[in-house]
Design a protein around this ligand. Structure first.
Ligand SMILES: [Zn+2]
Length: 140
């Protein structure tokens, strides 16, 4: 919320793709992903940071148009263009990506080394791995 508020002063907002994810979904992603691309998905043996409710996948949007800003890769693209350190793409795409990263880092998030859109919140290690479905969370 603090990142969103700070970006709003520049006419920008956040578009959230994913947040908390039950462990069984991480297992499904792992099984459906070829082994050479496993660094793009969470290892179910360790549990994903999304399983702990401490990770978020997001991008920047222009608040006036509601459109996402151009980035060096698409969301969930399993190529090196997804790396936050990727030096290709246009200067504007890289500037947008780096702007998102700086805004998130100011509030205690760190970017994942293989995905510009994935951020972990500090202390994520201290949270348990969750396997509750959203329907079950609502009932508590
Ligand atoms: Zn993620």
């Amino acid at each position: 919320m603090r990142v969103q508020q700070s970006l709003a002063r520049e006419g920008l907002g956040l578009l959230v793709f994913d947040g908390y994810r039950p462990w069984y979904v991480t297992r499904m992603f792992w099984d459906a992903t070829p082994e050479h691309q496993h660094h793009f998905v969470g290892d179910p043996v360790k549990g994903s940071r999304h399983n702990r409710g401490c990770a978020v996948d997001l991008t920047l949007v222009d608040l006036r148009s509601g459109k996402p800003l151009p980035m060096p890769s698409l969301y969930d693209e399993f190529t090196e263009r997804a790396y936050p350190a990727y030096a290709g793409g246009s200067a504007q795409e890289r500037a947008n990506r780096d702007h998102l990263r700086a805004a998130m880092e100011r509030e205690g998030f760190t970017v994942y080394e293989f995905e510009w859109w994935h951020f972990d919140y500090r202390d994520w290690q201290s949270w348990p791995i969750g396997n509750l479905r959203f329907e079950d969370i609502e009932r508590r």
